[in-house]
Design a binder for this molecule. Structure first.
Ligand SMILES: [Zn+2]
Length: 279
C-alpha cells in the first residue's frame, strides 16, 4: 500500500487510481457523494455522450485492469470520465473540505515554487487560464509576485479547467494567512524587485528598462507595502488637514485684525463728533 493510499477515501478505487497517476498529482480526491449529487452535475451533464457510464466508472470501487486500457469503448468512456471528474473537481475545491485539502497541499509545497528569484521559492497555487475544456493546460499562480507560470513539475499535465481561473484568489480569500505578507516576520527586510542599473545608476523609467517607475511603485505597493502606503497616505492627509487649519486660523486672525482696525478708525471719528457737539 502506498503512502497516499493510507489516507485515501477510495482505497483501490478508480478515483485513487486516477489521482495517483504521475500527471494528475495536483488533483485531490473528490467525495463520492459530491460526484453523485445532481446539483453538482448541473451544466456538465449535457456536454458528454457517455455521462452516466462515465459517472459509474468514476465511482468504481476497483481500478481498471490492464486489458481494459486496450478496449476502445473503455477508452472513449475513460476520456469523458477524466473530463467529468476534472470539472467536478473544479467545483469541489471551492467547498470547505476541498479548499482545506488544497490549503494543506499548498503549505507543503506540493504544487511547486515560484521560479522568480525575488520570490524566494514562494509556494504556488494551480490556476486554469480558461474555464473551458481543452483550451489551456494547468498553470501556477504565485501569490507574492502575482504572476502566472508554467508548472515546473512534470506531473502537471492536466487541463486548466480542472481548477479554473478563480481558484488561487478564492483560496487566499478563504485563508488570508496563506498570503505571503502575513507569513513574514515583522522585522524581515524584503528585496521587492530587481532594479536594473547601469554602472550603479538606476534606469527604471528610462531607455534600457521596460520597468516604468510608476508601474514599479504600483507592483511594490501591491505585494508588501499596502499598510506602509496607507500610513503614508494618512500622513499626507493629516498634513493637508493641518495646513488647512493653519490657513483657516490665519484667515480668522486677519479678519479680527481688520475688524479691530475698523473699530479704531471709527472711534476717533466719534470722539471728533463728540468734540464738535461740545463746541
Ligand atoms: Zn513569484
Amino acid at each position: 500500500m502506498s503512502e497516499e493510499s493510507q489516507y485515501s477515501e477510495h482505497p483501490g478505487g478508480w478515483i485513487e487510481w486516477f489521482c495517483a497517476h504521475e500527471d494528475h498529482q495536483f488533483l485531490c480526491e473528490v467525495d463520492d457523494e459530491f460526484i453523485r449529487d445532481p446539483f453538482h452535475q448541473v451544466g456538465i451533464k449535457g456536454k458528454f455522450n457517455f455521462f452516466n457510464e462515465a459517472i459509474s466508472m468514476i465511482l468504481q470501487p476497483t481500478s481498471p485492469e490492464d486489458q481494459d486500457l486496450e478496449d476502445e469503448r473503455f477508452l472513449e468512456v475513460y476520456q469523458e470520465a477524466s473530463d467529468i471528474y476534472g470539472l467536478l473537481h473544479a467545483r469541489f475545491i471551492f467547498t470547505s473540505k476541498g479548499s482545506a485539502i488544497m490549503r494543506e497541499r499548498f503549505l507543503q509545497g506540493k504544487f511547486g515554487h515560484c521560479p522568480r528569484i525575488y520570490c524566494e521559492k514562494q509556494n504556488v497555487i494551480p490556476i486554469g487560464l480558461c474555464e473551458d475544456l481543452k483550451t489551456a493546460r494547468i498553470k501556477v499562480f504565485c501569490p507574492r509576485c502575482e504572476e502566472v507560470y508554467m508548472p515546473k513539475k512534470k506531473c502537471a499535465d492536466i487541463d486548466g479547467a480542472y481548477f479554473g481561473k478563480s481558484f488561487p484568489q478564492f483560496l487566499l480569500m478563504t485563508y488570508p494567512d496563506l498570503h505571503p505578507k502575513f507569513q513574514l516576520l515583522p522585522d524581515t527586510q524584503i528585496q521587492v524587485d530587481f532594479q536594473p542599473t547601469l554602472f550603479g545608476f538606476k534606469i527604471a523609467g528610462k531607455q534600457g528598462s521596460k520597468i516604468k517607475k510608476y508601474d514599479q511603485q504600483l507592483q511594490y505597493n501591491h505585494i508588501i507595502t499596502q499598510p506602509i502606503v496607507q500610513s503614508v497616505e494618512s500622513n499626507i492627509l493629516q498634513q493637508e488637514q493641518k495646513q488647512y487649519r493653519i490657513q483657516k486660523q490665519e484667515l480668522q486672525d486677519q479678519q479680527q485684525q481688520q475688524q479691530q482696525s475698523d473699530q479704531n478708525k471709527d472711534q476717533p471719528h466719534k470722539k471728533k463728533n463728540k468734540k464738535k457737539h461740545k463746541q
